[in-house]
Ligand binder design. Structure first.
Ligand SMILES: [Zn+2]
Length: 116
């Protein structure tokens, strides 16, 4: 198995996810694994009520997106951690992860659903 190739893919994805997270939130200064949402003020003219509704919608979307990115980032970090401690290619449940699954998604688990 070409671990270096998977590591490179994972590192690239980690960087991309961190970039995306930094666009919609900011890193918690006391916990670098935690991202806080950050909402931009809008310049458009709206009635106060519309603006509240829009903000609420934006906030929900941003939170959902942030949640998706954070979960993915955690899975990517977990996979990088397994490369570093030499257990890459094994799922948390102890089974080997088929290489074709790793090709499609280098942060994949086996199909047991024990994590991710
Ligand atoms: Zn498993």
């Amino acid at each position: 198995m070409d671990i270096a190739k998977f590591k490179l893919k994972l590192k690239e994805e980690q960087q991309k996810l961190e970039e995306q997270l930094s666009q919609i939130g900011r890193r918690n200064p006391s916990n670098p694994d935690d991202w806080e949402p950050q909402f931009n003020e809008r310049n458009e003219q709206h009635s106060a009520q519309d603006e509240m509704a829009d903000k609420f919608e934006d906030m929900e979307q941003t939170l959902a997106l942030q949640d998706t990115y954070e979960k993915r980032l955690a899975a990517v970090r977990d996979a990088i951690g397994r490369i570093e401690n030499g257990t890459y290619g094994k799922c948390n449940c102890g089974k080997d992860i088929p290489e074709e699954r790793l090709e499609a998604d280098p942060a994949a688990s086996c199909m047991c659903g024990s994590h991710n």
